[in-house]
Design a protein around this ligand. Structure first.
Ligand code: RB5
Length: 157
């Protein structure tokens, strides 16, 4: 599989080892930075990977920051991307099976390299389940969704 990977300074320590791990599993990995662990802003790197996924240049994106949270939030803003932070193998499986996630946010500070390798195995080998999940994922991806700005002030809660 063709995969783009990137991190911020907090995830940098795991970026190259995870890229090497993925290559050892036969994947083609495109490293989108950063080149050093100098302090940087995770949205900049999330954006590069998310756009590569959205364009179809790669099939999946792997992002690593301190928690996996911010970098996944930033990636998920790009249309066509379904990004989520993941800390366990089971959640990685479910994010693929139920949500067809195409970008994963990993924690470089709170999850070990070995556990992140197992999480990536699950993320890359689990197929989308389809069936009842298809319509739900389509609703997530609705391009005509007006978003919060389109929600009337009086919406009954
Ligand atoms: C950087 O200190 C940290 O905020 C970042 O890596 C990430 O955890 C944000 O969600």
């Amino acid at each position: 599989m063709r995969i783009a990977i990137a991190s911020d300074h907090a995830g940098f320590v795991q970026k190259d080892p995870l890229a090497e791990y993925l290559r050892s599993r036969g994947h083609e990995v495109i490293d989108m930075g950063p080149a050093t662990d100098e302090r940087c802003d995770y949205p900049d790197f999330a954006d590069k990977v998310a756009r590569a996924v959205a364009r179809g240049d790669v099939e999946r994106g792997v992002l690593i920051c301190g928690t996996g949270l911010g970098i996944a939030m930033a990636a998920d803003k790009v249309p066509g991307v379904r990004a989520t932070p993941i800390q366990t193998v089971e959640f990685a499986q479910l994010a693929r099976e139920h949500n067809d996630a195409n970008v994963i946010g990993l924690s470089g500070r709170f999850v070990s390299l070995e556990d992140n390798e197992k999480i990536l195995d699950a993320f890359l080998t689990t197929e989308f389940g389809g069936g009842r999940h298809t319509g739900r994922v389509e609703k997530i991806m609705r391009e005509d969704d007006p978003g919060f700005a389109g929600v009337p002030a009086d919406f009954g809660i």
